[in-house]
Design a protein around this ligand. Structure first.
Ligand code: NAX
Length: 327
């Protein structure tokens, strides 16, 4: 029996937490033979609801779940963690400017970055889900300078999964025949689902879906606005699909990527494709099972170039709004 891996999850009593924790505890995050200890972090007002979630986790009698630590103390929450899934954040309220939101969440992610550095296991890897996730990740990473920069990730996998499904529906194929669809840039409405590198059944997407106007008129806006469409329909933001994407992200980072594929996650830019070094930017990625790297050498045409620069510009602006939180 392997020794348990400690997985810390913030916002554990929230919607995404409710879809995520049971999947982690059942082995879907780290594999069917990997015991886990869940370290569930909430703010004080969420602790009562978290008690109920803990009871339900206990009532599942998951064989792999070797312990549950519910807490509002960051040091206790991140203690010994090898994975930190930062889901909790403060949502934008009516009348709140983007800068205000960035500032409020910035303080949260400053404290969490420091606590991760001080308390987590030496192999800690962090995936930020809470929005604005790229910039929250940037803040946490910069407040944990001893943790290597290639251990910080922000989630764009939900956007990738949404994009793949739209392509599959249009082409009338199963979604698993769509490969190499990468989201570039920010997890926001400027994200760019780059379909030029994507394949369907091994063939380039533009040669399978020949309705050229559909990409700009329907595909890109549908993917960019999908979150808003779900809120409009459900009255609540995406939760089960977001939890699913978090599981997919960690699986992709921890298992070797198939030869004919890549996946999306926002990582620390080292200047690949001319993107400003230091930003947390979503790229096409591959993993060897333990380390991951940006897929380099893809041809970028004028249309894509404009899009990947536009989303970079938004991230630079977000960065400038939180510069006081970046030591
Ligand atoms: P909920 O409001 O249901 O839950 C958030 C939970 O976080 C609450 O229980 C709250 O008490 C807790 N929380 C707040 N501040 C905290 C802190 N400092 N430490 C610990 N816990 C804290 O939101 P939910 O629907 O679960 O969404 C969580 C976050 O995911 C939001 O920021 C949301 O915007 C973001 N999303 C990100 C997505 C992505 O693709 N990156 C997609 C889905 C989702 O929109």
């Amino acid at each position: 029996m392997k020794s348990p891996v400690h997985v810390a999850v913030t916002g554990a009593a929230g919607q995404i937490g409710y879809s995520l924790l049971f999947r982690i505890a059942s082995g879907q995050l780290l594999g069917p033979d990997q015991p886990v200890i869940l370290r569930l972090i909430e703010i004080e007002p969420g602790m009562k609801a978290l008690e109920g979630v803990v009871m339900e986790l206990q009532d599942c009698a998951f064989p792999l779940l070797k312990g549950i630590v519910p807490t509002s103390d960051l040091a206790e929450g991140f203690d010994s963690a090898s994975w930190a899934l930062l889901v909790g954040s403060v949502p934008r309220k009516a009348g709140m400017e983007r800068g205000d939101l960035l500032g409020i969440n910035g303080k949260i992610f400053t404290a969490q970055g420091k606590a991760i550095q001080d308390n987590a296991a030496s192999d800690i890897r962090t995936l930020v889900v809470g929005n604005p996730c790229n910039t929250n990740c940037l803040i946490a990473m910069n407040n944990a300078p001893d943790v290597p920069k290639d251990r910080w990730f922000a989630m764009t996998r939900l956007d990738e999964n949404r994009a793949k499904t739209q392509l599959a529906l249009k082409a009338g194929v199963d979604v698993d025949s769509v490969k190499k669809l990468a989201i570039w840039g920010n997890h926001s409405s400027t994200m760019y689902p780059n379909y030029f590198d994507a394949t369907i059944g091994g063939d380039p997407v533009p040669s399978v879906i020949t309705d050229g106007a559909w990409f700009a008129d329907s595909f890109i806006p549908t993917v960019q606005q999908r979150g808003a469409a779900i809120i409009k329909a459900r009255g609540l933001s995406s939760a089960a699909s977001a939890a699913n994407a978090a599981i997919d992200t960690v699986r992709s980072l921890t298992t070797p990527t198939a030869e004919d594929d890549f996946f999306s996650v926002a990582v620390h830019s080292n200047g690949e494709y001319g993107i400003e070094p230091g930003l947390i930017y979503s790229f096409p990625m591959r993993s060897d099972g333990s380390t991951s790297s940006v897929v380099e050498g893809l041809a970028i045409g004028d249309f894509s170039s404009e899009k990947i620069k536009a989303t970079e510009a938004e991230l630079l602006e977000e960065k400038s709004l939180v510069s006081d939180l970046l030591p």
